[in-house]
Each structure stands twice: as structure tokens, then as C-alpha cells.
Design a protein around this ligand. Structure first.
Ligand SMILES: CC(=O)SCCNC(=O)CCNC(=O)[C@H](O)C(C)(C)COP(=O)(O)OP(=O)(O)OC[C@H]1O[C@@H](n2cnc3c(N)ncnc32)[C@H](O)[C@@H]1OP(=O)(O)O
Ligand SMILES: O=C([O-])CC(=O)C(=O)O
Length: 370
């Protein structure tokens, strides 16, 4: 038995949710480019869960279900207020989502209907949790969700307490669409491994959040923003990046296990980043990002992934860096829950083997004789 490090190239599940073939990403057969330009995030969530786009009536019904479910249990808000102010926002999100199960009397109901209902509930409540965590961390009261508005608008409203501009809602909606699902990425795999033991959907999403937190996965968007702040200006960019390249350090937001010729989501985020920077009359962050791309792609052949330009997009929307990875989770929970539902439908416990590399034939010596 020989192990493949990082399971590279291993096909570990069948799935009909999203595909990456020859560098083209589709959700249920729809090209991500079309969805990014035209779809509302709620339509995409429906598509991932049900396999087809909703008609007007189905979409209206989903909007209503999401709106009805967006308010958080009072007990959860009280609990989040007790988290230390220095909390890591992804750790707080992980704890809060785990706690959500305690407030759901159907948490362990494994019927398809109950799990679909919980998928909608998680999709509705994650934005409310993330906005509440961000506000509590900065010493502000959480803002209750608004009725009858989209997830993108509601999240930006709950974050600031003010009605967001139309352009911000449009950009944020597009970012949500672009992050919604991505085949068997690490967090989705973690979710599937967890629920394949027939554990509940909350456990699956909690595992996924833990996996997304790492800087090699979703945590890279915050790490990119930290890098841009550390560099500070276009003039400093070449020196900073060259030093990292010479030291063979990783440059966050570049490279991908599957895409070797570029991530199809990055161009949309790059365009959005440029437009928002121009609108804000300050293109310095965009200019720095483009220069970093020139250097890293030029010297290492590595292309930006979804996390690279999303950092400047969220910054231009006035969002704090520590909320970037939780925002990823707000979108990806649609994909995680779709994969969890798919796993339950055709389940077998996921239990691979390890190639043993430790010592053999050890003799036990009692503790006082060692
Ligand atoms: C939503 C997402 O999860 S997208 C990914 C977000 N993560 C990041 O942006 C973090 C930076 N990127 C990386 O760490 C990696 O490219 C990953 C984790 C995305 C993919 O990892 P893997 O498929 O295991 O690629 P691996 O790390 O083996 O890279 C292959 C080679 O490219 C190099 N490389 C890969 N990414 C980078 C990078 N960002 N900067 C510099 N060098 C890199 C590696 O050092 C390695 O070089 P070597 O063969 O000389 O040792
Ligand atoms: O697929 C991956 O390995 C990481 C990724 O881009 C994502 O989860 O969106």
C-alpha cells in the first residue's frame, strides 16, 4: 500500500453537483461565467440543492423560507456576546454553528425533508451569525435581519446597520455565486467524511468550517489582505514579493491543486476589484495586486486563485479583513449542504487506509523499567 500525499489525483466520490473539467467550472452543468454574470445567489443555492434552477414561484418560496429563518435564537446571541473580544472570527463561527444544533429540535432527524429544511436554515443563519460576530467583536450590538431582501443585501445591512448601495449588493452577490461550490475541496470533503458516519448536518458544516479556516484553503483571502497591508504601496511591491520568491515562501492567493492554467473565478473577481477601486477613487490596492500577479506568474508560473482578488473586493466594500473567511463560509454553506444531502442519499462510511511508516516488532517494557 503506497500513500498519495494530499490524495492528489485520487477520485474519492461520485458527485453531480459541480465539475471542474479542463479548467472549466460548472454547477449542475451551468458554466460559472454565466451564473456569475446573471444569477442571484439564492437561485444558485436552489440549483445546488435541487439540481435545477428554480422557477419564479420556487424562488419566491425560497426567499420567504430564508427570510423567515434568518433570525438567530436569543440564546445563541447571548452566548456569542460572551465570546472573548479577541476571538478569531472563524473559531467563533465554528462554535456558533455547532451551537445552532442545540436550538434545533430536529437536529438529529435524518429524513430528507428535515435535512433540506436544515440546509435552508443554515444558509439563512450563517450570514446573521457572521454579521453578529463582526459587530460583537467591535463592541456593537448585532442588527436583526431585514425581511424581504436578498442574502447579499441583508448581510451587508446586518454588518453595518445601514442600507447598502446597489453596486455593493451586486458585487457581493457575485462573490457569493463564485464561492458557492467547488467539487471535492478540503472543507467539502471534511463535511462529507463527517456525515458519512451518519452524523448530523450541523456536525458536517462545523467540520467544514474548521477545514475552511486554514490559510491553505479559505483562510487565504484574509492572508492576502494581510500581505497587501504589509506591502503598503505599489513602490514596495517588487521588493517584498521578490524577497518572498527568493526565500521560496508561499505567496497567498496563488496556486491551486486542480487548476494549473488559472482559476476561472479569478477573472470575475479581478474585474470587480478594478471597478470598485475606480469607484472609490483609489486604485492602489488593485495596482499592487496586478503587479504581484505579474511577478508571481512571471517567475513561478502560478496563477491567482479565487482568494487573491476577493481580498481587494471585500476591502473595497469596506469589510474588515477578519470577516473575509467567514464570508466564504456564508456562500460555501450552500455547497457543503448540497454535498451533505448527496452523501446521505448514497452513503457509505469514508474510511481509507494509511501506509504504515512507524517501527515494527516493539517489545512492551513496564513503565518503571523504561
Ligand atoms: C479556496 C481555496 O482553497 S484556493 C487555495 C487557497 N490557498 C492559497 O492561496 C495558499 C497558497 N497556495 C498553496 O499553498 C497551494 O498552491 C495550494 C494549497 C493551493 C495547493 O497545494 P498543492 O496542490 O499541494 O501544491 P503544492 O503546495 O505541492 O505546490 C506545488 C509547487 O508549487 C509551489 N507553490 C504552490 N503554491 C505556491 C504559492 N502560493 N507560492 C509559492 N509557491 C507555491 C510549491 O512550493 C511547490 O513547489 P515545489 O514543487 O518546488 O516544492
Ligand atoms: O478546490 C479547492 O481545492 C479549493 C477551492 O478553490 C475552493 O474550495 O473553492
Amino acid at each position: 500500500m503506497t500513500a498519495t500525499k494530499g490524495l492528489e489525483g485520487i477520485v474519492a466520490a461520485e458527485s453531480s453537483i459541480s465539475s471542474i473539467i479542463d479548467g472549466v467550472l460548472t454547477y449542475r452543468g451551468y458554466n460559472i461565467d454565466d451564473l456569475a454574470e446573471q444569477a442571484e445567489f439564492e437561485e444558485v443555492a436552489y440549483l445546488l440543492w435541487h439540481g435545477s434552477l428554480p422557477n419564479r414561484e420556487q424562488l419566491d418560496q425560497l426567499h420567504k423560507q430564508l427570510s423567515d429563518s434568518a433570525k438567530l435564537p436569543d440564546g445563541l446571541i447571548s452566548q456569542m456576546k460572551l465570546y472573548p473580544k479577541e476571538m478569531n472570527t472563524m473559531a467563533a463561527l465554528r462554535s456558533a454553528v455547532s451551537s445552532l444544533a442545540l436550538y434545533d429540535p430536529e437536529a438529529d432527524d435524518m429524513s430528507r425533508e428535515a435535512n433540506e429544511r436544515k440546509a435552508v436554515l443554515l444558509q439563512a443563519q450563517l450570514p446573521s451569525i457572521v454579521a453578529a460576530i463582526a459587530r460583537i467583536k467591535s463592541g456593537q450590538e448585532p442588527v436583526a435581519p431585514k425581511e424581504g431582501v436578498s442574502i447579499a443585501e441583508n448581510f451587508l445591512y446586518m454588518l453595518t446597520g445601514e442600507a447598502p448601495e446597489e453596486i455593493a449588493v451586486k458585487a457581493f452577490n457575485q462573490a457569493l455565486v463564485l464561492h458557492a461550490d467547488h467539487e471535492l475541496n478540503a472543507s467539502t470533503f471534511a463535511a462529507r467524511v463527517t456525515v458519512a458516519t451518519l452524523s448530523d448536518i450541523y456536525s458536517g458544516v462545523t467540520s467544514a468550517i474548521g477545514a475552511l479556516k486554514g490559510p491553505l484553503h479559505g483562510g487565504a483571502n484574509e492572508a492576502v489582505a494581510n500581505m497587501l497591508y504589509e506591502i503598503g504601496s505599489l513602490d514596495e511591491t517588487d521588493g517584498y514579493i521578490q524577497k518572498k520568491l527568493d526565500n521560496r515562501d508561499k505567496i497567498m492567493g496563488f496556486g491551486h491543486r486542480v487548476y494549473k492554467n488559472g482559476d476561472p473565478r479569478a477573472k470575475h473577481l479581478q474585474k470587480m476589484s478594478r471597478e470598485l477601486c475606480e469607484l472609490n477613487n483609489d486604485t492602489s490596492m488593485y495596482d499592487m495586486s496586478v503587479r504581484i500577479e505579474e511577478l508571481v506568474t512571471g517567475q513561478k508560473g502560478l496563477k491567482p486563485n479565487v482568494d487573491f482578488y476577493s481580498a481587494s473586493v471585500y476591502t473595497q466594500l469596506g469589510i474588515e479583513r477578519e470577516v473575509f473567511t467567514p464570508i466564504f463560509a456564508i456562500s460555501r454553506v450552500s455547497g457543503w449542504t448540497a454535498h451533505i444531502l448527496e452523501q446521505y442519499e448514497n452513503n457509505r462510511i469514508i474510511r481509507p487506509r494509511a501506509e504504515y511508516t512507524g517501527p515494527a516488532n516493539q517489545r512492551y517494557i513496564p513503565v518503571d523499567l523504561r
